[in-house]
Write a protein that binds this ligand. Structure first.
Ligand code: PLP
Length: 387
């Protein structure tokens, strides 16, 4: 038996990698499946939900649909009694189809088109997020029907994806915005923050909880009662870097919430990546090879325009498993489209691969398929759902 190897970390233990590799090869042999395909495991979604809710026992989970909107993922979330974070009316429809109740969902997009607001309110959504005066004023016609949360930003250099560049007011602007909500006859409901996606350190989380606690006190003094605090998503996933187990990562966050935030305030989080990433494995094949300027090039049947869109938009590096292990050389791993830009790894040490060889990419469930296109009319990777 040839052992499977993690290309980016060849010294890693091979037992589980080999099992993972063999399982994907077996599925390909048995079912009517072609590569590229995405193997989605429902049990992993359940497991991730359980681990996170045990790690943050006071915090309700609103799964961020944007990371992976496959119906099987949403069904597992709804079946386990959790709720959704939606960023559009279309995501709301998916949540409802999976068994979610409209009124319980949070529309967390800080900038919404008028149509988006009308459709969501007509459908029954009540909770919305704002971060500026103009967005607040869009809700004036809906006074009495909506509750508004204010998103503030927290600077963070330890997150892979910065979520404070585009959205979130300064903490110093929060009280003014809450006053404006009240003056416009609207309901101020609470606060939200996002410390940045794939956040590798929990220090900034603690800082954000401290800022929220101070703001809640100040708002309280002005008669603005906070009913909810949304602590965002951002829980990290072990792609190619070491990250602490979620239980360890969340321990100080739970302690700080206990210390600083009253039990009268409803706590929610909006995890996407942590729930969906490890539940999906991409299985792709080598469909072409050549040597260019002395360097080996391998062409895969999936690329940047497909499942590897996460390389671009999510700034993510995915683990690669192969069962070849001889004469490793600097190589290029390219996608299948005619665009020269479509290169997944430009400089990577690989063993010699043959056409039809399988490469397996674990943890590709978040921000991959959702941003894939069918450029060149090439088939997108299809999902194969197992328990
Ligand atoms: C408003 C909001 N909530 C939740 C998330 C989910 O973040 P993550 O997938 O890192 O958990 C994001 C990510 O972009 C977001 O913008």
């Amino acid at each position: 038996m040839i052992k499977a190897i993690d290309v980016l970390n060849p010294s890693a233990s091979t037992e589980t990698l080999t099992a993972e590799y063999e399982r994907a090869s077996r599925i390909l042999g048995q079912a009517e499946v072609r590569t590229p395909f995405l193997l989605l495991e429902r049990s992993k979604i359940r497991q991730n939900l359980k681990r996170l809710s045990h790690s943050l026992p006071r915090v309700a989970i609103h799964y961020a649909i944007k990371s992976n909107n496959h119906p099987a993922v949403l069904e597992e979330v709804a079946r386990a009694g959790h709720r959704f974070d939606i960023s559009s009316y279309q995501e709301l429809l998916l949540a409802v189809e999976a068994g979610g109740h409209v009124r319980e969902q949070i529309h967390s997009h800080p900038i919404k088109s008028p149509y988006e607001i009308i459709d969501a309110i007509n459908a029954g959504v009540e909770i919305f997020v704002v971060d500026n005066p103009d967005e607040i004023d869009k809700f004036i016609p809906y006074a009495g029907k909506v509750r508004l949360m204010i998103r503030f930003k927290v600077e963070n250099n330890d997150a892979v994806v910065n979520l404070s560049y585009k959205f979130g007011c300064l903490p110093s602007e929060v009280v003014g915005l809450a006053e404006r909500i009240r003056m416009r006859g609207l309901d101020y409901y609470g606060l939200a923050f996002h410390v940045g996606s794939q956040c590798l350190s929990n220090d900034v989380y603690l800082k954000a909880v401290d800022i929220a606690a101070d703001l809640i006190k100040e708002l309280d003094c002005r008669g603005l009662e906070t009913g909810i605090l949304d602590i965002g998503g951002v829980f990290p996933v072990p792609y190619t870097e070491d990250v602490p187990p979620i239980e360890e990562f969340c321990k100080p966050i739970h302690a700080r919430l206990e210390e600083k935030i009253s039990h009268d305030i409803r706590l929610v989080c909006e995890p996407g990546r942590f729930i969906s990433a490890t539940a999906v494995t991409l299985v792709a094949s080598v469909i072409g090879k050549s040597v260019r300027s002395g360097r080996r090039w391998y062409f895969l049947d999936d690329g940047l325009y497909g499942s590897f869109s996460g390389r671009l938009y999510d700034h993510c590096k995915y683990q690669i498993l192969t069962n070849r292990n001889t004469t490793w050389k600097r190589s290029v791993l390219a996608g299948p489209t005619c665009d020269s830009f479509d290169v997944v790894y430009r400089d990577i040490i690989l063993p010699p691969l043959e056409i039809s060889d399988l490469l397996i990419f674990p943890a590709m469930g978040a921000y991959c398929a959702v941003s894939a296109s069918s450029f060149n009319c090439l088939r997108k990777a299809e999902y194969l759902v197992v328990d």
